[in-house]
Write a protein that binds this ligand. Structure first.
Ligand code: ZN
Length: 424
């Protein structure tokens, strides 16, 4: 594996990965509200929709770096927007970093959530959805924001996803695209309707028509924006078009409010989530940080001669994870489920994994007691080297544990590639 393979993936916007223009335009993100530092006594931000002629929200998805200029354009005109961002991408190039998001919030813009990995929630197990939504919201709170509003990546909504968004403490979820405008008192705040995203091919007249329709029908136009440039793909609105629209909008009487302010309601706490019943990020598809650690996993004992990286040629999906030891004690390096208080570490069970290896491998398992202390628990049986994918399963002896962390090690120098873990 090369060094490049262990680095964090270059930020790739879903714009690039979705081939069909209309599907791209149906892809969405959302906004939020200004956030003072979290306090124990959370204050209520009242619903504020003056007049009775409809309302407009300007929402911006994915936390793209060029949205700083769009926010500036809003601020210069006394307008505020809702920016739906990922807590995990504030250190990635091409995205708004934490200080910039803080400046947006200080200027009155809303910061909302959009999942950790831009996940298509309905395709995920509910425990994985909670990781995507609740842990993302926790991450935003840890940065000093108080997110009240959420937007479903790809506008992909299901009843289960709506439940998770509500459970994670959001007051709304921006959902279906291409629908008629939303009611000011939405029938379902966890599936807010929006027109199609504003993109490179949207004409100024079309954008204005969304607003005019809201004025005439006394509805809520939630406009969705992504990038901002003269030529950066189908979701990039031209600066001249955007500026022209804002100048036109400012001359209308219809109020412009953040999504959080139209919905109203308290900033609710992020709930404590019970330990998952599955292995999260089980196919090792999601990686964070410069060191390329898979989300919900940890690596113990890395060194120059004991390395980890993601590799193509996976059992399923895009990536598998590979440990490689070229010197020293081969058992020094361990890939293990993250030892935490239950965000990632599951309840006990048998673990299975698909692997290939040039040397025998074995499981290890650690357990967490009720007081939150992790202790090494047991070593599993040795599984032989194999050049073709093989599934290994091990059920550790029964023992009381609040959480478990399965690990895998090599028993001799070599390399082993893992994919598709499962708890059963
Ligand atoms: Zn998005």
């Amino acid at each position: 594996m090369s060094a490049a393979e262990v680095r964090e993936e270059r930020p790739v916007r879903h714009v690039v990965t979705v081939g069909v223009a209309i599907a791209v335009l149906a892809t969405g993100c959302g906004g939020l509200s200004p956030s003072p530092a979290p306090t124990a006594a959370r204050t209520t931000v009242p619903t504020a929709v003056p007049g009775d002629g409809g309302v407009v929200s300007l929402t911006f998805d994915d936390g793209l770096a060029r949205q700083e200029q769009m926010a500036q354009e809003l601020t210069e005109r006394g307008l505020t927007g809702t920016f739906y961002v990922h807590s995990t991408r504030t250190k990635a190039s091409g995205y708004l970093d934490q200080p910039k998001l803080a400046r947006l919030a200080q200027a009155g813009h809303e910061i909302g959530g959009h999942t950790r990995t831009h996940a298509r929630l309905p395709e995920l197990h509910p425990d994985e959805q909670r990781r995507e939504v609740c842990a993302d919201r926790s991450g935003l709170e840890a940065m000093g924001f108080t997110p009240r509003s959420f937007a479903y990546p790809f506008h992909a909504v299901s009843a289960a996803a709506e439940s998770v968004v509500r459970e994670c403490g959001y007051n709304s979820g921006r959902g279906r695209a291409g629908a008629a405008a939303e009611r000011i008192k939405p029938r379902d705040p966890y599936n807010l309707n929006t027109p199609l995203a504003v993109g490179a091919s949207t004409t100024p007249a079309e954008i204005q028509q969304y607003v005019i329709a809201a004025e005439q029908r006394k509805t809520w136009a939630i406009l969705v924006f992504h990038d901002y440039c003269d030529d950066c793909g189908p979701l990039g609105v031209k600066p001249a078009v955007f500026t022209g629209f804002l100048d036109w909008l400012k001359g209308r009487e219809i109020p412009v409010r953040t999504v959080g302010d139209v919905i109203g309601g308290d900033v609710r706490p992020v709930p404590q989530i019970k330990a998952p019943s599955i292995v999260l990020n089980a196919s090792l598809e999601n990686y964070f940080g410069k060191e390329g650690i898979p989300d919900c996993w940890q690596l113990d004992g890395r060194s120059k001669t004991a390395t980890f990286g993601r590799v193509a040629g996976a059992h399923t999906g895009r990536w598998a994870g590979r440990i490689q030891v070229t010197g020293g004690d081969p058992k020094q390096l361990r890939l293990a489920i993250k030892q935490d208080d239950g965000d990632c570490a599951p309840r006990a069970g048998a673990l299975s994994v698909w692997y290939t290896s040039t040397a025998p491998v074995r499981f290890t398992v650690s357990r967490r007691t009720g007081d939150g202390v992790w202790t090494p628990w047991a070593d599993g049986p040795v599984f032989p080297a194999t050049t073709s994918w093989r599934q290994a399963t091990w059920k550790p002896p029964a023992a009381r544990a609040a959480g478990v962390s399965f690990g895998l090690v090599l028993t001799a120098p070599g390399q082993a590639t893992f994919d598709d873990f499962a708890l059963r």
